[in-house]
Design a protein around this ligand. Structure first.
Ligand code: ADP
Ligand code: MG
Length: 695
């Protein structure tokens, strides 16, 4: 239960004096449902309203505050004309004019009485010897001070900066007393103020520096936010660990059999990760692990080795891929790898139907099938397992990790390994997947050659195609080309048109040795085309981004990507990773359409310079921001209010350490610091995670 004292911050906006349903609705839309959300809505600018005491201080259109005495009201002849109020001030002999459109004359007469002195503030214009203020922001009796600095907040229609400022100040004035959750010595070392003090100061900036992420007050709040987040993730993780998981002993007979018949040695990273996963499986707690590995780092074999561990202990294993093509390919390549190892495996995608599907399901239920490979169809309602021990989800490059995890929820205690093909920047991995254990494959098989990457204009398309044709004709080894068509718009339809057009054009050169695959094709048609490409019947495969994910054709060594500037770095890296899988030197041609912006140039340059997915991910984060990378629709995406991962990564690492330390020494948060930390968790709405404490 949330500490009583905090409840006031979780009321809705109508609890503030002067705020009705309408304004409350706007506020809710702008920053969230309750007062604390508004309190966490921080300024992005400052209005400076200096006291104007000298005419030379008046700059065109800047804010200022003046003392004045009203001398005359001038009602216009026609309603459309402005209402003017003349006044005199202490600024030499200048006339002052207050100007109002859409006025209520009676109201103005009452508010600004002739002969009285007021303090007025607004944007000041000077025309000759007249000073004009159009619609002053403040009109107060002369004794009331108008703040010299005013925070500027992000707004939406229906809200005013003044209104928001006032509401926030009201909330701040009623802020309950909150216990300190940070270590005293840590605070002193950082010279940070208390949470309360920091909030107050963040909402009363006095200079531009106060708005920067490195401002002390902002740092304090960013740290609090990150600490709340990391603590919450660790709480979830430790709850999962406590969940009884299926124990799968590390017996290695099948694994060594497989190792012996592989045509290559496993890399050190592969061996390390297989061991990590192995001991996690053998452990009592439920495994929820993320395997990050660059394209081509050899995740499939890691998956298979782990599945063998489960199968050897008479559990069933599942390998789930995001597309039919990929499921199919995994099935075929794993079947080949398991040649002399007697394991009953099956393929289940949306395509298996009717009697065949029924037979498959009953063989699965009876335990006859030991290894199932498929798409999300493997978790359809009517699919029942006999004894499922391990689920591996491949190629989560779109980061829908948490959604996919939910799929496995039906099978209690089952161990889950999620494999992502696109490395995630460390900060994002920590903040978004801190509730999972993470294994990293940071080494590629040794024989790999670096893919040569060139950037060229689209105008060279025909020339490139002809050169490729010539090269293929005259090469002694088999060369194959992927030709990826642009993401024209968000719609698949226009992608398709572009791809079809390109296909027709290239067909003139490549005749019957060219194929086309796209997302709108029927699965079996897609397979048929891929089959022809794999078997070498086609030299070139024109595709929309359906090939982005996982396809493995060893003799394909040339990748052409049209309008490469439209892709994210991670996407380009994925596509490029489709080549360079065999022993030939591979090439990737990035074709750009229009004149490149500076960012686009920077991005393509990175692609040319490195093929390290982890580095590319960091750059992608720097150039595009977290939202773009994770995709705003994905669950698990964080919108931090104070923290900025590109500026506060050091805070994140410290907060992560701090959170671990806290839970190691006080796992139920019962110490006095623990109690204070519960306040922190509630303030950042981690109610759900706090609940795991009592469970
Ligand atoms: P990804 O991590 O992109 O899924 P794959 O598992 O598809 O990579 O592996 C890419 C290719 O590298 C496959 O053809 C696979 O057989 C091969 N491979 C995997 N591990 C090794 C290794 N240790 N040495 C050489 N080749 C390997
Ligand atoms: Mg793969």
């Amino acid at each position: 239960m949330r500490p009583e004292s905090l409840n006031i911050l979780f009321k809705d906006y109508t609890s503030l004096a002067g705020i009705g349903d309408r304004t409350a609705g706007f506020l809710k839309k702008l920053c969230g449902p309750c007062l604390i959300d508004l309190l966490f809505h921080i300024p992005i600018g400052i209005n400076h309203r200096p006291q104007i005491t000298n005419l030379s201080q008046v700059k065109r259109g800047e804010y200022g505050t003046i003392q004045l005495t009203i001398s005359e009201h001038i009602t216009p002849l026609r309603k459309k004309m402005p209402y003017r109020i003349l006044a005199t001030g202490n600024l030499c002999a200048c006339d002052i004019e207050l100007v109002f459109f859409n006025y209520h004359a009676d109201y103005l007469k009452k508010q600004l009485t002739i002969g009285q002195t007021y303090t007025v503030s607004g944007k000041i214009e000077r025309i000759g010897c007249t000073i004009k203020i159009l619609h002053p922001d403040y009109i107060t009796p002369s004794s009331t001070a108008i703040p010299e600095f005013e925070p500027v907040y992000p707004l939406t229609a229906g809200l005013t900066n003044k209104g928001i400022t006032k509401s926030i100040q009201t909330i701040l004035a009623h802020l309950p007393s909150i216990p300190e959750w940070l270590d005293n010595s840590f605070l002193q070392q950082k010279k940070w103020p208390s949470f309360h003090e920091a909030l107050k100061k963040v909402h009363t900036p006095h200079e531009e520096n106060d708005l920067l992420p490195q401002n002390t007050n902002r740092l304090r709040l960013a740290y609090d936010e990150l600490l709340a987040n990391q603590l919450a993730l660790l709480l979830v993780r430790s709850k999962q660990k406590k969940q009884q998981g299926t124990i799968i002993p590390t017996s290695r007979t099948l694994q060594s059999l497989l190792k012996k018949q592989l045509p290559f040695e496993l890399t050190n990273a592969q061996n390390r990760v297989i061991t990590e996963i192995g001991s996690d499986l053998a452990d009592t707690g439920k495994m929820i692990r993320l395997l990050q590995g660059d394209v081509g780092s050899g995740k499939t074999i890691v998956a298979l080795m782990s599945l063998l561990q489960a199968i050897e202990s008479s559990f069933q294993g599942v390998l789930m891929a995001p597309t039919d093509i990929l499921a199919h390919q995994h099935f075929e390549s794993i079947k080949k790898m398991l040649q002399n190892i007697p394991i009953r495996m099956a393929l289940l995608t949306g395509r298996e139907k009717g009697k065949k599907r029924q037979e498959l399901l009953s063989a699965l239920q009876s335990g006859e099938i030991q290894l199932l490979i498929g798409t999300h169809a493997v978790f359809s309602e009517d699919v029942c397992y006999y004894k499922l021990g391990l689920v591996i989800i491949d190629e989560q490059h779109k980061f829908g990790v948490h959604q996919r995890l939910a799929l496995t929820q039906k099978e209690k205690g089952v161990n889950v390994l999620v494999m992502t093909a696109t490395p995630i920047p460390r900060t994002l991995a920590l903040t978004n997947y801190g509730d999972m254990d993470i294994s990293i494959l940071d080494e590629k098989p040794a024989n790999r050659k670096k893919i040569e990457t060139c950037v060229m204009p689209m105008t060279k398309t025909t020339e490139i195609a002809e050169k490729l044709f010539y090269k293929i004709q005259n090469s002694t080894e088999r060369l194959q080309v992927y030709w990826v068509c642009p993401l024209v718009e968000e719609s698949e339809k226009s992608d398709l048109i572009a791809a079809e057009k390109r296909f027709e054009e290239l067909k003139k050169i490549f005749k019957n040795r060219i194929g086309l695959v796209h997302g709108k094709m029927k699965g079996s048609d897609k397979d048929a085309i891929m089959e022809k490409f794999v078997s070498g019947e086609f030299d070139i495969l024109v595709a929309t981004t359906v090939i982005e994910v996982g396809v493995d054709v060893k003799s394909a060594s040339i990748m052409v990507i049209e309008q490469a500037e439209r892709f994210g770095l991670a996407g380009l890296h994925q596509l490029r990773g489709r080549v360079g899988r065999g022993n030939t030197q591979s090439t990737c041609l990035l074709l750009y359409g229009k004149k490149l912006s500076q960012t686009a140039q920077a991005r393509l340059k990175i692609m040319r310079e490195t093929d390290n997915g982890f580095l590319i991910a960091e750059e992608d984060l720097r150039l595009r921001g977290a939202g773009e990378i994770l995709g705003s629709k994905q669950s698990g995406l964080l919108n931090f209010k104070f923290a900025d991962l590109s500026m506060h990564s050091d805070l994140l690492y410290t907060a992560t350490q701090d959170a671990k330390l806290i839970l190691n020494t006080d796992k139920n948060l019962t110490s006095s610091r623990g109690e204070a930390l519960k306040h922190l968790l509630y303030l950042f709405k981690k109610d759900k995670q706090v609940k795991t404490l009592n469970a």
